[in-house]
Design a protein around this ligand. Structure first.
Ligand code: UDP
Length: 384
């Protein structure tokens, strides 16, 4: 007896970084976490990415040999040109073959606009929103009402802030996941120490300036980990000189954060990766998210739970969906209260944080939910 034919999904991860990403890489990390679980569930995956991607898939497509990340610094029309060249390859493939049942697209507005423009006859598209759309309401301006194209959010809060025209295309949200939730070997047995950790891009929305100010005022040791613009190491940033300040995150660093960084009580360690990152998270008293933007998905939040580290955060964006106040972390509306909550965070049961991650944020849970959404999108789009 033969079962139903497996669904073939073209997973469009874009041209910016290889999958898995070499270090920092939000979308590419999501794809690298999702794809192995989809394949375990019987989905065939054709990955549209760059030539240097090493993720195990059924087939690959690429236009560029390597990730084009550094080109993201260029003017917007040039950035769009690179996205369009990559998407040209995807569109050609979709026109030439008829075995793709669905496109799962992650390439911001340009990807969705291009795939929408393919018109009826092309496979249905599920586009995952990765950004805070309340802040960029015009990003998806030209999306038409086609039945073929659907979107999903990475949290209910993110969808609630999206423009109505985009929400009308929504099939729901899927929370982000982390392999750390199930991979006990990657979980360090670190004892919690004294330091508080802020893990993420150095950016006004992530609020490292608030963290540094509070640390100096309340007297707790603070570690900041993450890139400043394109600079991953303090030496790299120092060597870049004054022209680096054209980047707004570099300016934010020098003007708002660096004055509080003394290298002892408040330290910046650059981008951390792999076991070093996991150790730094697992040994923190708490991770701190003093957010000033509406965090859309919060991978670093679920990673913290998976590693048993309570989360202290401003109650913005997806944080109230991911964190249960008093059980897996502490949330507040008032940024001045964060310092008090950091002292109280030692009362949170670290096993409870891990249990929550195993229950809600595993790659398998994410993949099962996407398989459900693929089915919904295919049904809603009608026969191809
Ligand atoms: N990250 C990392 N090293 C760093 C800083 C961040 O590996 O020094 C990772 C972090 O662990 C998470 C991702 O980068 O997996 C950030 O994703 P998140 O959704 O938290 O934030 P985004 O940057 O996408 O807004």
């Amino acid at each position: 007896m033969t079962g139903p034919a497996p669904v073939t999904v073209l997973m469009n991860a874009g041209p910016w970084l290889s999958v898995p990403p070499p270090g920092y890489g939000g979308i590419e990390n999501v794809v690298a976490t999702l794809v192995p679980e989809l394949r375990r569930l019987g989905v065939r995956v054709v990955l549209a990415s760059v030539g240097s991607s090493t993720l195990d898939v059924d087939e690959r497509l690429s236009v560029f040999a390597d990730g084009q990340f550094s080109a993201l610094q260029r003017p917007y029309n040039q950035v769009c040109g690179i996205a369009q060249a990559h998407l040209g390859g995807v569109v050609r493939a979709l026109r030439e073959r008829d075995d793709i049942d669905l496109v799962h697209d992650h390439v911001e507005a340009v990807g969705l606009a291009t795939l929408t423009a393919m018109g009826p006859g092309a496979p249905p598209v599920l586009h995952t929103l990765h950004w805070d759309l309340g802040k960029h309401p015009d990003l998806y301006g030209q999306l038409d009402g086609g039945e073929r194209v659907r979107v999903n959010g990475v949290s209910a809060a993110q969808l609630a802030r999206a423009p109505a025209a985009l929400r009308a295309h929504s099939v729901g949200h899927v929370h982000l996941a982390t392999p750390l939730a199930v991979d006990a070997d990657r979980r360090p047995a670190a004892e919690p120490g004294e330091h508080v950790l802020v893990l993420g891009r150095i950016n006004p929305g992530k609020g490292q300036d608030v963290a540094a100010r509070l640390a100096r005022r309340a007297g707790f040791p603070l570690v900041l980990a993450g890139p400043v613009g394109p600079y991953h190491r303090p030496e790299e940033l120092a060597a870049a000189g004054d022209q680096a300040r054209q980047n707004p995150d570099v300016r934010f660093w020098y003007e708002q954060v660096a004055p509080h960084v003394d290298g002892v009580q408040v330290r910046w360690v650059g981008t951390v990766a792999g076991a070093d990152r996991d150790d730094l998270v697992a040994s923190a008293r708490a991770t701190l998210f003093p957010l000033r933007w509406e965090e859309p998905g919060g991978t670093a939040v679920v990673e913290s739970l998976a590693l048993g580290t309570p989360v202290v955060a401003t109650a913005r964006g997806c944080l109230p969906e991911l964190i249960t106040h008093g059980r897996t972390g502490l949330l507040t509306e008032d940024e001045d209260e964060l310092a008090d909550l950091l002292f109280a965070a030692t009362l949170i049961d670290r096993d409870e944080c891990r249990r929550e991650a195993v229950l809600r944020f595993t790659p398998e849970a994410m993949a099962r939910r996407y398989v459900e959404l693929y089915e919904r999108v295919r049904q809603q789009s009608g026969p191809v």
